[in-house]
Design a protein around this ligand. Sequence first.
Ligand code: DX5
Ligand code: ZN
Length: 232
Amino acid sequence: MFHVKQDYIKIAPSILSADFTRLGEQVREAEKAGADYIHVDVMDGHYVPNITLGPLVTAAVRRSTTLTVDVHLMVEQPERYISAFAEAGADIITIHQEIAPHLHRQVAAIRDAGARAGVAINPGTPLATIEEVLPLLDLVLIMSVNPGFGGQSFIPSSTRKVRRLREMLDERGLHAEIEIDGGISPQTAAEVVAAGVRVLVAGSAIYGHGSVAENIRALRDAAKRGLAAGGA
Ligand code: DX5
Ligand code: ZN
């Protein structure tokens, strides 16, 4: 199969920065503004220093939207929770390489639960650690901050990492989506899209200030600039 170039950039608002007192409304605002995925950041206070949300809130998001629900598990022993998130309505479940020593088995468990499978790697984790499982993945999540909190600054070396991952996938004729997460804003989106990202996660840049619709529009404009600069 030959490689099909994709020129559509998906936007995945992270509800971590949303106003939880009106979560359903915030999800619907994003959907109306043309978001593609709703990104749900699950943190357990062990793998990362913060505690956020779990299957109940994921199920509430599921009831608020028809968009793809994209669950990012930052939890130890993720295999214990895969079926709970799948039952809550997750369409994509992403686990971290750093806490999944049996990646083939864990990726298979995600598939068996009926979801698409992603693997995330932290800024300090080399791409080589996921090379063997790339053919099994629907999505690779490049973390451009160390996970744990919204609103951190983009780590610039992430762009080079995306470019190398794009090459690895293209050389092998693979179609996993490249998603990036952490510090994505209209200022950083263009360069990562030009490098090969196809899904932009953004929390504070969408929910942190002003209007959700305008913020999504600004990200789309930046993504278009990135495609024009070499990502198409
Ligand atoms: C970081 C989370 C991110 C985070 C992104 O640990 O995985 O999804 O919410 O937030 P911003 O876009 O504010 O960096
Ligand atoms: Zn995330």
